[in-house]
Design a protein around this ligand. Sequence first.
Ligand code: FMN
Length: 179
Amino acid sequence: METLQAILTRRSIRNFTGEAISDEQLHHIIESGMYAPSANNRQPWHFVVIDDRMLLDQIPGFHPYAAMVKEASVVISVCGDTRLEPAEGYLALDCGAAAQNMMLAAHELGLGSCWLGIYPRKQRMEAVTELLEFPDHILPMALIVLGVPNEIKSTPNRFRPDRIYSNRWPWPEPETGRI
Ligand SMILES: Cc1cc2nc3c(=O)[nH]c(=O)nc-3n(C[C@H](O)[C@H](O)[C@H](O)COP(=O)(O)O)c2cc1C
């Protein structure tokens, strides 16, 4: 798949067949995360692969938008190490870039993925920290749900030429209503 095609056709998948994904697929996905750009190339991330059904089934208990985990094969906790990157903003951005790389890699491999928001919601961060026994210097940033997709989603048109400006901010300010 061409990179541009992968970027434009990736969608959040929330229905999975329940089939397992292979170790090789998992390797490609995590490796892709590790090739993301990071501030000062600090690569301040860690990846916890959650495939223990007892742990997976606890996720919808603390996360209101995680019902799809029940049918997923694996969830990867992308977490940031404050010892490697003390600036929390950079830590979140670096881990976000890793998460996006992983979702694109999953799509390329024919797998489905969905990002579960964790950071910066304190309650969810505490729940992941407790579930996965993180030390204080590890911040849970996102949970990436992975599995064999059981739905096909179309590609919406999201191109917004009105959000592109030339050289400087457009005064008078345009209306930027929410979608
Ligand atoms: C920071 C962040 C948090 C998200 N949290 C959730 C979530 O908790 N549950 C969920 O089902 N989707 C979640 N999503 C996925 C978004 O809902 C989804 O990306 C958005 O609706 C656009 O749809 P698409 O991914 O199919 O293009 C999250 C995405 C991001 C980037």
